[in-house]
Design a protein. Structure first.
Length: 120
């Protein structure tokens, strides 16, 4: 199982279908999928959500953002290696095992975009 870094968390309904990993070569253009794994009722997650989403949208126009209640999608969370919440995955790969700052997320997305444009 995994740990939740938010003692006030509870469990709401699932908020989207499970999506498989998307490699850069499968994208048309610079689109990326960013997934925020959280637990419902996590005030820390909710407070950071808009800043992270805004940072992702500015770094990668057309980014696909997904909020994932890890409790409702536990199989997918564990498949990616999510062991604590909150966590962030990019294109189906765990990138941050704890909550990043908007600046950290921006740097990571820009690094990935640069790598994709260089054929990596």
């Amino acid at each position: 199982m995994f740990t939740v870094d938010c003692p006030e968390a509870d469990r709401p309904a699932r908020d989207g279908p499970i999506l498989g990993a998307m490699e850069p070569s499968q994208r048309k253009g610079p689109h990326m999928r960013v997934e925020l794994f959280h637990s419902a009722g996590c005030k820390r997650c909710a407070a950071a959500h808009e800043g992270l989403r805004s940072a992702a949208e500015q770094a990668v126009p057309g980014v696909v953002w997904r909020d994932i209640d890890a409790v409702n999608e536990i199989d997918y969370a564990l498949e990616l290696g999510v062991m604590s919440l909150p966590a962030v995955a990019v294109d189906g790969h765990l990138v941050f095992s704890s909550l990043p700052t908007p600046a950290q997320l921006t740097r990571e997305l820009q690094r990935r975009l640069a790598g994709a444009s260089n054929g990596r």
